[in-house]
Design a protein around this ligand. Sequence first.
Ligand code: ATP
Ligand code: MG
Length: 380
Amino acid sequence: MREVLLVRFGEVHLKGLNRPYFLKMLVNDIKKALADSGARVWLAEGRIYVADAEDMALCAERVSKVFGVYSVSPAIEMEKELEPILQQAAEMMKDVSGSFKVLCRRSDKRFPLNSQQLAVEAGARILAKNPSLTVDVHKPQTEMWIEIRDHAYLCNKEIMAVGGLPMGTAGKALLLLSGGIDSPVAGYQIMRRGVNCQAIHFASPPYTSQFAQDKVLQLAHIVGQYEYGMRVHVVPFTEIQMAIHEKCEDGLGTVIMRRFMMRIADRVAKAQGCQAIITGESIGQVASQTMEALMCTELMTELPVFRPLIGMDKLEIIRIAERIGTYETSILPYEDCCTVFTPRHPVTKPRADKVAQEEAKLDIDALVERAMQGITTQVV
Ligand code: ATP
Ligand code: MG
């Protein structure tokens, strides 16, 4: 008898002919997540199993954070002998209160009882040993699962996991990562769909401090854990911001700055083989996130721009940030480059032709080229 984890995967089921590929990626990701735990991970009969680690609770917690995993159940694996199975089922329901139901599945037809008979026997034994419990076959508070496969497996707990798709199965994208609350959440949402993310950050020293930059690296480190390290490109942005501030109409400063970010992101994304750009924008949140402003920035790239937060309220975004552990870091009070030269009265409905005309006062290509030359890249 030993403790194992039964790992269920959600959408990987839907992947038709690609299924073996998705499952292989998922098993590898789980192995990576448990690399230092001594655990054995294997795939059998359409399910992933984990066993033999010293700290199985820690393994369950880690596996529940692997993209593609739908839920994890700590279970007991034992020999297929009726009496010990009934005893174990009763034992596992000892600390449970309220109503329950026994669910059985017998894939080894040589086992003497069929699923229905086993459920009845186990239910009776559980009640006999735990008289305060009641049976409810429709809406039980606890489900006791007994499966008869190569061994017998018993479990009555299900830990919900992050879901999504295995990392890297959906390609690569570049995340515009600020030090704020939104962009790390945006990155997480897209990574969860199996997309490997790199980050690009625009820094304006000395107007933005080293603390601000470290905070961004820390955020990249937190969301990057899902892909075992994130590549971060830091772009020197001071010269561009100064030039915009000096030469362009104040009210268009923010949208012009965003267009420069998008131009540079477009070049970095293509050089890195990324197929999309991700931002943390949400409609109407600030002046630069009106539909008109979003269109003006989007014109600077032919790559698809993913904005997973576009229809979300700030409070919903904050809730996710808290859950994924980025919120505390995001609210540290360091200046972002966007706040350095904020126009007093930003134009909320910029017209693309007017913006382009204003920008033409700058040597755009030279500014972009110099910023590109100054990029530093690291993995955090
Ligand atoms: P966030 O909380 O992500 O900073 P925000 O609500 O502060 O978002 P903005 O400052 O308008 O909104 O930024 C909108 C988006 O532009 C951000 O979500 C991010 O994707 C990108 N962005 C803004 N500033 C930077 C920066 N310094 N470096 C990289 N990307 C940035
Ligand atoms: Mg911001």
